[in-house]
Write a protein that binds this ligand. Structure first.
Ligand SMILES: [Zn+2]
Length: 114
């Protein structure tokens, strides 16, 4: 399952950061998940409980920031919101877009304790 491997990589990051800080567990973790990242939130939820078991994240409060998709047209320069990677520019119809936001899947912040 795709989402479980994501959770496990988050656990890995959290364990490194906790170790670096000389702490024992994570109190709170904030994640940024873009609308175009391909991560399904309900599947992530399901995988989370399984993935964090026995790790520094087991007791952590989880906060997810969802980022909407945004792109800029490389033909006419217009910026607009997108819901999927291959959308046409509403201004000129071009598919030559640069995605500005929405592909993120990262840890924004971690609070540790112990
Ligand atoms: Zn355009």
């Amino acid at each position: 399952m795709h989402e479980l491997s994501i959770v496990l990589s988050i656990v890995e990051i959290a364990e490194q950061e906790t170790l670096k800080a000389g702490a024992r567990q994570v109190e709170r973790i904030e994640l940024e998940i873009g609308a175009l990242s391909g991560v399904a939130l309900d599947a992530l939820d399901f995988a989370w409980d399984m993935g964090v078991k026995g790790s520094v994240l087991e007791q952590a409060e989880r906060c997810i920031h969802q980022l909407p998709g945004r792109a800029r047209c490389l033909e006419c320069g217009q910026e607009f919101g997108i819901n999927q990677l291959y959308e046409a520019c509403p201004g000129c119809g071009s598919y030559l877009l640069r995605v500005l936001q929405g592909q993120e899947m990262r840890v924004r912040a971690l609070e540790v304790s112990g």
